[in-house]
Design a protein around this ligand. Structure first.
Ligand code: ATP
Ligand code: MG
Length: 466
């Protein structure tokens, strides 16, 4: 693997290194920037580590006219801002004992950078670089990077039990880089995964979201399943769950792995975050809704709505944002809904999506169809042909959209004012309900979306909602 060219170091980082070293201290670039620069991508944020204490770094930087924020002085961390670029500066440190697997009881400042590198999680994250002194790589991180290997620094069991979040970090980096977890490190991941139960759910949520965002979740589902199950225990019943159905050739978990993979492929590797989460969770409601009929065939009646409720609870407990949760839950709810390649069926889908997630109906409709297609392609071979039907539905969706066909109340040829004029009376929720009733007729194809048709229909039907 070629080394790092010192011209790759951004000027603003050089400036901070110089300020600290002119002040008599030693400073190195560490962590993610070094890793990514060795991979030929020097665009990562720069983190610097130094033997200067934060008070000393702060003074030197302020004297040099650099803005400094005290972003974590209890751990010896400052953030300098040079020409608009934030740079984290941390004093060489090791972590004290861990009496839980969450927080070090203390941090201890140390005098050598090698000691600081020893407390870092993975070999590929435990390298330091200096434009004059070059690469400092005591744990073989560059070699692991070249070989595509994720390996813990030191004894993996000890490292993962000190801080169980590292279990998920290891998987996240494996997915991000498409690397293989080294055997001993993998065994330690499996052994230490249950300790994730003691990690704050929002930290677990942030790492899981990071794994999902790599677009390589399927890799983790295949190679590091125990870790994902420990992170989201609600997924565990899916593993080995025999569907007892001619539609399926995989158990619920393996089917889901295929759907996650297919969703990514069908989206050209840039599936949205909510679609990726929905692919993982779409069948989470299956084990709970399983029934067997008198011919011995398995059914999962109501699994999309049970799955939607479970997905909402899972995503909320992981403290993910509502802007993600709502549409993701809609995708789970809609993934198995019958849609036909007809105008009315497609308009109904748009209308229902719009009423749950206003303003999001169009992207959600396309995403629902990706999920349906991925779902079909992950069934028994004889039933994969439904994917062709989904293509037809998508063509109809494009047609309906290109014609600006109505699926929202604001698309109607009449407004609330017309309703008030027709019936008199005070404005109130009944006006909206009356317009909803008009929309239902239009979407079902029972009424034309013209002023005359709508007003005539109102005159005959009366307003049942006033
Ligand atoms: P990115 O920010 O792109 O995900 P990164 O390598 O910068 O990657 P950060 O989480 O920002 O990762 O952490 C910076 C560095 O701090 C890491 O490279 C690693 O050396 C160290 N580090 C972070 N979290 C831990 C941890 N939980 N245990 C041990 N070392 C850690
Ligand atoms: Mg970082």
């Amino acid at each position: 693997m070629p080394g790092i060219n010192k011209t790759a170091v951004p000027d603003y980082a050089l400036h901070v290194l110089e300020v600290l070293e002119r002040g008599g201290f030693e400073a190195w670039i560490v962590g993610g920037w070094v890793r990514d620069a060795l991979l030929g991508n020097a665009a990562h944020d720069v983190d610097i580590t130094s033997n200067a204490h934060w008070q000393e770094s702060e003074q030197l930087l302020l004297n040099a006219g650099v803005t400094v924020h005290r972003t974590g002085i209890e751990h010896g961390t400052l953030t300098a801002v040079v020409a608009g670029h934030p740079i984290e500066i941390t004093t060489y440190r090791v972590e004290g004992t861990y009496s839980d697997s969450r927080h070090p009881d203390s941090v201890e400042f140390v005098s050598s950078v090698t000691e600081d590198l020893a407390r870092r999680d993975l070999t590929i994250n435990a390298m330091a670089y200096h434009p004059v002194r070059g690469l400092l790589d005591p744990y073989g991180g560059a070699e692991d990077l070249a070989q595509g290997i994720i390996r813990a620094v030191g004894d993996p069991y000890k490292r993962f039990s000190e801080d169980a979040l590292r279990v998920l970090r290891a998987v996240r980096f494996a997915c991000r880089l498409g690397f293989t977890v080294e055997k001993n490190t993998h065994d330690a991941l499996v052994a230490c995964a249950p300790e994730l139960a003691h990690v704050a759910r929002e930290r677990v949520g942030a790492e899981l979201d990071g794994i999902i965002t790599t677009g390589r979740l399927a890799l983790a589902m295949r190679s590091e399943r125990e870790v994902l199950l420990a992170a989201i225990p609600d997924l565990a019943p899916m593993v080995g769950f025999d569907q007892r159905s001619p539609y399926h050739c995989y158990d619920v978990w393996d089917h889901t792995v295929h759907v996650v993979e297919a969703t990514e492929e069908l989206s050209g590797g840039v599936a949205s975050r909510r679609l990726r989460w929905a692919a993982l969770l779409h069948d989470v409601g299956k084990p709970k809704t399983f029934t067997v009929d008198d011919r011995g065939q398995g059914h999962f009646f109501g699994h999309p709505s049970t799955g939607a409720e479970m997905s909402e609870a899972i995503l909320r407990s992981l403290a993910l944002p509502l802007s993600l949760i709502r549409p993701c839950v809609d995708l789970v709810r809609f993934h198995d809904r019958p849609v036909k390649a007809t105008r009315h069926s497609v308009l109904r889908m748009l209308s229902d999506l719009d009423s749950r997630s206003p303003g999001e109906a169009v992207p959600l409709a396309f995403e629902t169809l990706v999920l349906k297609r991925a779902d079909a392609l992950s069934k028994a071979p004889e039933y994969r042909g439904y994917a062709v039907e989904v293509d037809k539905i998508e063509r109809m969706l494009r047609k309906v959209l290109s014609e600006n066909a109505p699926y929202r109340v604001q698309d109607l040829a009449i407004s609330g004012r017309d309703v008030l004029q027709q019936f008199g009376g005070r404005p109130g929720p009944w006006v909206g309900a009356t317009l909803d009733a008009c929309l239902r007729e239009v979407v079902h194809g029972r009424l034309e979306n013209t002023r005359e048709a709508l007003l005539t229909w109102l005159a005959y039907s009366g307003s049942p909602h006033r």
